[in-house]
Design a protein around this ligand. Sequence first.
Ligand code: PLP
Length: 395
Amino acid sequence: MISRKMENLVKNSSAIRAMFEEGRKMAAEFGSENVYDFSLGNPSVEPPTEVAEALKSIPDSYNANYIHGYMPNIGFDEVRGAIAESINGRFGTSFSAGNIIMTVGAAGGMNVILKTILNPGDEVITFSPFFGEYRNYVSNFDGVLVEISPDTSSFQPKLDEFEASITGKTRIVIINSPNNPTGVVYSRETLEKIAAVLEKKQKEFGAPIYILSDEPYRELAYDGVEVPYIPTIYRNTIVGYSFSKSLSLPGDRIGYLVIPSEIDGYGEIFAAAGVATRILGFVNAPSVAQVVVSKCLNASVDIGIYDRNRELLYTKLREYGYECIKPEGAFYLFVKALEADDKAFVAKAKAHHLLIVPGSTFGCPGYVRIAYCVDHAMIERALPAFKALAGEYRQ
Ligand code: PLP
C-alpha cells in the first residue's frame, strides 16, 4: 500500500522516537518517578516570560485577518526585517529582510534548502556523529549523505578525510555546532580550516559548495565559549536557525533561514527557497509564532538550569567510570558505551529504567546519547541506576 521508499523509512524510523514511546509505556507500568527518560531533546526549561507577553499582545496589536491570513511564503516582512537587524547587531553583518526566510523550525528550513539545491545523486557531507534525521532529509530529495568518520578523541571534524571526500558532486556541507549529540562547539580555527578546504575545492571543481549551518543550539553554550558565526568565515554559507531550543518552542515550529546576498546564485536560491517553502506544503511558517519570536529576539531560556544538569551528570558519570568529553553546548552528553555494541548497552540500561539512545543513530556506534534537558530531580533519582549499570560491567 505504501511506497517502497516509505517502507524503508518506516522500518528505520527514528530510534529516538521509539525510545520516547517506550518510556511512556514504562512510566505507565512502573510509575513515572521510577523511569529515567533521557531519550528526547525536548526542552525542560519553560519558555521565557516574554513569549507569553508577546502572545497576549497580539490581539491588541494586529488586525485578525492580517495575523491569521495568508502572507508571502517567505514570511512577514517586518518579522524578517527585525530578525536581520538582530543578527546584524550581534555579528556585525549587514543583512536585510531580503536575506531571511521564515521556516517551520530547523527541520523545515533544512528541507527547503535541500530541495532548492540538490539534484538526484548530489552529495551532502556531514561529520559523524550527526543528527540522524539528516539521512531522511537528504534522501527526501534523492541526495547522497556522505558521513565523515568521527574523531572520538575530541569529536571535532576530521579535516583530512573531509578534504578527501569532496567530489564534483558535493553541493552542501552540513555543520551543526553546538552539536547534537556530542555538545561539542567547533572552534573558529576549525571552521577557518573547513572554509579553506572548501575554497580550494570550489576552485578545483569550478562550482559552489555551500555550508548549511544547522543552528538550533546556538544560544545553548556554556562557560562563555564562542560559537562563531559561519557566514563571517565562509562566504557560501546558509544558516538554518530555530527557536525550538533557544525559546523552548519546539511545538510551535518556528525558525528561519539566512541566505546572504554574497553567496553564489543568491537571487535564484532565495526565490527558489520561497517556492520550496510553498510547494513542500509548509506554504509559510506559522504566522502567530513568527510575530511572537520577532518580539523575543533578545530573550532566551535560562540556560543556567541546563548548565546545572550538565555539571551534575558529567561529574557523577565520570566518577562512576564512564568516559565522555565535557559538552560545551546543547544539552546532550555523548558517553562511551561500556561494551562495543551500543544497542546491547542501551538494552542493559533499560533494565535499570534508564532510557538513552544508541550512538549508531548518530552514525557513531559504540557510544550513547544522554539528553539532560530534563528535571534536575530526575537526574538525581537516576544516579544510582547509572552507578549500578557501571557496576554490572565491572563484575
Ligand atoms: N537539527 C538538529 C541538530 C536538531 O537536534 C534538531 C532537533 O532536535 C533539529 C535540527 C530540528 O529542529 P526543529 O525542531 O527546529 O525542527
